[in-house]
Design a protein around this ligand. Structure first.
Ligand code: G1P
Length: 280
């Protein structure tokens, strides 16, 4: 009984979809993975990993593709480091290598070789997810100044239900995001969600509450994803499966996070992210 209670309180596993083509960042992504592009001197993915570690995550599943094997190589380039370190004992390189080894201990890789959407990517992690709830982070969305994952895990401990990060967006931008409607308010920054729609047209949008890339999802999502039909743009969307869960009475909270949002998935956003982080 006590063990069961502890188990329900835990979010120890995270997944990160990294198989996307990154077309919004071409030409940078024609030969390189966008998640390794430096943001103020540090690969974007390391900000996401640091957020996970500081939030108490112990195991992270990367969903990559054959085309993005460079991401795996970044964490498994031992021969290269050992050769360099044999020649010169550079303190900076030693500490960077140690940091990479430390990240690597937590990471597992699964493959999504055809980009069929975020929902399909999530389904690939099924065999690794043991807990009842897990965290998902979308690496295009950086949230700085406050650890959003950590705050969501705190809310999870109290409410024991699924959560999605959110923020209010401009009306003419709603079709870029998953948009949700509120069923009731919990407090200033948290709401129970009534419904969620993937990238609605301005006229169809139920609000300006956009879903941002941090999710605490229930294990039940996998059985929904297995049956999930293609949605907008012919992709399998996580939002559509979340919608079915909500319709069946699963509780989801929308959490308006306190940190600063940086969109690293577009060229303008990417350039701005480096500028903003350099000033923190
Ligand atoms: C994905 C989700 C969308 C969400 C967004 C947050 O879209 O499908 O619901 O609002 O992430 O960044 P994508 O950015 O993959 O187009």
């Amino acid at each position: 009984m006590i063990l069961d209670k502890l188990y329900l309180n835990m979010i120890k596993q995270a997944i990160i979809p990294l198989a996307g083509l990154g077309t919004r960042l071409l030409p940078l992504t024609s030969v390189f993975a966008k998640e390794l592009l430096p943001i103020n001197g540090k690969p974007g993915i390391e900000y996401i990993l640091d957020e996970c570690m500081q939030a108490g995550i112990k195991e992270i599943v990367f969903i990559i593709s054959k085309k993005k094997n460079i991401i795996k190589k970044y964490f498994y380039n031992d021969k290269f480091y050992k050769k360099i370190l044999k020649k010169k004992k550079d303190k900076r390189i030693i500490s960077e290598y140690k940091k990479i080894l430390n990240y690597r201990k937590m990471i597992k890789f699964v493959y999504q070789n055809t980009p069929k959407g975020t929902g399909d990517a999530v389904l690939k992690t099924k065999k690794y997810i043991k807990d009842k709830h897990f965290l998902m982070l979308l690496p295009d969305d950086l949230i700085v100044k406050k650890n959003c994952s950590k705050d969501m895990i705190k809310i999870f401990k109290k409410k024991k239900c699924s959560i999605m990060a959110s923020m209010i967006v401009k009306k003419n931008n709603v079709s870029r995001w998953g948009i949700y409607s509120v069923s009731s308010k919990i407090d200033k920054n948290n709401f129970y969600i009534k419904d969620v729609i993937e990238k609605p047209k301005i006229k169809e949008a139920p609000s300006r509450n956009a879903v941002i890339g941090r999710y605490i999802l229930p294990n039940e999502i996998f059985s929904k994803l297995k049956k999930q039909k293609k949605g907008k743009g012919g992709e399998i969307h996580i939002t559509d499966s979340i919608r079915s869960l909500i319709n069946e009475g699963n509780q989801f909270i929308g959490h308006n996070f306190e940190g600063e949002y940086l969109d690293c998935g577009t060229m303008d956003g990417y350039i701005n992210s480096s500028n903003r982080i350099s000033k923190l």
